[in-house]
Design a protein around this ligand. Structure first.
Ligand SMILES: *[C@@H]1O[C@H](CO)[C@@H](O)[C@H](O)[C@H]1NC(C)=O
Ligand SMILES: *[C@@H]1O[C@H](CO)[C@@H](O)[C@H](O)[C@H]1NC(C)=O
Ligand SMILES: *[C@@H]1O[C@H](CO)[C@@H](O)[C@H](O)[C@H]1NC(C)=O
Ligand SMILES: *[C@@H]1O[C@H](CO)[C@@H](O)[C@H](O)[C@H]1NC(C)=O
Ligand SMILES: *[C@@H]1O[C@H](CO)[C@@H](O)[C@H](O)[C@H]1NC(C)=O
Ligand SMILES: *[C@@H]1O[C@H](CO)[C@@H](O)[C@H](O)[C@H]1NC(C)=O
Ligand SMILES: *[C@@H]1O[C@H](CO)[C@@H](O)[C@H](O)[C@H]1NC(C)=O
Length: 240
């Protein structure tokens, strides 16, 4: 989910709003705003093909569909989308990539946490400035949508910044909740060490560092993590 490309710029959060029962049956009638792509069809482009040069500027769009739309790579995703998926901006802050990475949904409180771009001017963060971890209330989103007269017009719910301890520097990824806590993956800042940190999603959002070295060696730039669904083991990457 996370990326650090300096050109990446995400200044809005978009809610995938799916409503109603799934009407898609074996006939494979696709809902609106949706294209089905079988990745196996694109395994080989051949030596004369034009390959994409830039992940962000040159999108994978073999159907040439006008954005925004959903690319479905596996039919099981249709059960997530429902029969009438659409797009709507739910919070935006032009010029500030405040919702760049580390999304964590906490079902018990219906809150969504996320971080601004790490180590990037677009995220208002650099060697001297930590990035921002914040949250929105999905109940606020539901209320805003209910009050909106238009099914796709943007709404702008309140973004609440977390007041985290200095042990949390440059959050680059997040997952969980893990035993009720957010698991933040921090890439560190200058001499401040990269680490894995558990954060209580409730106030006062206290944090516990659970790892900041590999047999005495500081990590370079912790980048991403996944929690194994049955063992609970945490798998993470440290980029060179
Ligand atoms: C990709 O880069 C190569 C080398 O710079 C260039 O020749 C080619 O036109 C580029 N292709 C696209 C799709 O931009
Ligand atoms: C999409 O556009 C490209 C470039 O114009 C073209 O080569 C390709 O055939 C188009 N694909 C479809 C499915 O229309
Ligand atoms: C799908 O799009 C068509 C054409 O724009 C529209 O008439 C129809 O109401 C849409 N259906 C749903 C379920 O949104
Ligand atoms: C949404 O609200 C925030 C906080 O008030 C504000 O900074 C931002 O500019 C608003 N977005 C838009 C598109 O007005
Ligand atoms: C609904 O909102 C969209 C996005 O802002 C806008 O393009 C569209 O014109 C609006 N439709 C109506 C009926 O106001
Ligand atoms: C998470 O909870 C499980 C089950 O209670 C426990 O065994 C494990 O030690 C906990 N892990 C952490 C990091 O707290
Ligand atoms: C936060 O503090 C509470 C109360 O002391 C404690 O139960 C909890 O384990 C702490 N959580 C973290 C992630 O540090």
């Amino acid at each position: 989910m996370a990326f650090t490309g300096a050109s990446a710029r995400v200044t809005a959060l978009t809610l995938l709003y799916a409503a109603g029962p799934l009407l898609v049956g074996a006939s494979c009638v696709l809902p609106n705003n949706t294209v089905m792509i079988n990745p196996l069809s694109y395994n080989v482009y051949g030596s004369n093909a034009v390959f994409r040069n830039n992940t962000f500027a040159n999108l994978f769009n073999p159907t040439n569909t006008t954005a925004p739309f959903f690319q479905v790579f596996d039919p099981s995703f249709l059960t997530v989308l429902g029969d009438s998926p659409s797009f709507r901006v739910i919070a935006s802050n032009p010029g500030f990539a405040f919702a760049h990475e580390a999304p964590i949904w906490v079902p018990s409180t219906q809150e969504l946490f996320f971080a601004s771009a790490a180590g990037s001017p677009s995220g208002f963060s650099d060697i001297n400035h930590n990035n921002q971890v914040a949250k929105i209330s999905l109940n606020d989103v539901t209320t805003a949508i209910a009050q909106s007269s238009n099914a796709t017009a943007p709404v702008n719910v309140t973004v609440t910044t977390l007041d985290l301890p200095d042990t949390v520097q440059m959050t680059n990824a997040g997952t969980g909740p893990y035993n009720g806590s957010l698991l933040l993956v921090n890439s560190g800042r200058g001499p401040l060490p990269p680490n894995l940190v558990l954060v209580d999603p409730a106030n006062p959002q206290n944090a516990t560092v659970i790892l900041d070295n590999f047999f005495g060696r500081q990590f370079n730039s912790l980048h991403n993590a996944k929690i194994h669904p049955t063992s609970g083991n945490i798998f993470f990457t440290d980029v060179a």
